[in-house]
Design a protein around this ligand. Structure first.
Ligand code: ATP
Length: 248
């Protein structure tokens, strides 16, 4: 069901500041229509890779020193971030980053402004997101800072969806959330992938979760890709069950 390559990361090396190496020759491909999980423990380089993909590394004091990243055939490092967003590369990075004093709905509307569509388009997209996240419909008027962590994550995802992504990049949507809420969020993401072919690149510390929901999984360790393959094949491997799934 997957199409051509939408995102291509080749032999990427990235450093911070005076030369803290965060990524060493990482390769990653995301095909149109796929869910790809980027797994690995704290400090493995997941966030750095997502920043590099979204051209947000310079803003975090980092830089690419070798390799390349292309999205829809364009060199990401030569493209402005707002142009990438307009082209459908939309991310939820750097925590949940809701505007805490704005309402849930205002946060989402903010995500739709950049694409230059009219008021009725925004309305229709909001209704669509409320249908996906009924909890947000109930909380739409509350300041985002006062809703639960799961609802803040949903608001952040809803805001990203307002940008009509072609590739949605998410940094640890499960962080700090109860398993039940995490499952609710993944169910919606997987549903969007199935129904609309939304392509997803998701960083996930929890390898079991990554293997459960993604089509393909890449595991990073200290900035290197140590494992890559279809989730189904990885799930079936005894060594992986022992190492990551606490089985056997
Ligand atoms: P986490 O789950 O903790 O976010 P991660 O897999 O996303 O882990 P990164 O955040 O990409 O890992 O970190 C990779 C390495 O880069 C780590 O050694 C980290 O300390 C370092 N690092 C990350 N961000 C910065 C920064 N802004 N400045 C300097 N070093 C950084």
């Amino acid at each position: 069901t997957a199409g051509g390559d939408l995102l291509r990361v080749e032999a990427l090396e990235a450093v911070y500041g005076d030369g803290v190496r965060a990524l060493s020759r990482v390769d990653l491909t995301v095909r149109e229509g796929e869910i790809v999980a980027l797994a690995g423990s704290n400090g493995a380089g997941k966030t750095t890779l997502l920043r590099a993909v979204s051209h947000l590394l310079p803003a975090s004091g980092g830089r690419i020193v070798a390799g390349r990243v292309s999205y829809a055939g364009r060199d990401v490092t030569r493209t402005r971030t707002d142009a990438l967003v307009r082209d459908g590369l939309v991310g939820v990075l750097e925590g949940r980053h809701c505007f805490r004093s704005l309402s849930v709905e205002e946060n989402m509307v903010a995500g739709g402004l950049g694409r230059g569509s009219g008021r009725s388009d925004l309305r229709a997209d909001l209704q669509r997101i409320y249908a996906l996240f009924p909890r947000l419909a109930q909380k739409r008027g509350l300041p985002a800072g006062l809703v639960s962590g799961g609802e803040q994550q949903m608001t952040a995802i809803g805001r990203a969806l307002m940008g009509r992504p072609r590739l949605l990049v998410l940094d640890e949507p499960s962080m700090g959330l109860a398993p039940k809420v995490t499952d609710e969020i993944y169910a919606i993401l997987v549903g969007l992938n199935r129904a609309e072919g939304l392509t997803l690149l998701v960083a996930e510390q929890n390898v079991a979760l990554a293997l459960r929901h993604a089509h393909r999984c890449v595991v990073l360790e200290t900035g290197r890709s140590v494992l890559e393959g279809p989730a189904r094949a990885l799930r079936a491997r005894d060594d992986i069950r022992r190492l990551y799934l606490g089985q056997g």
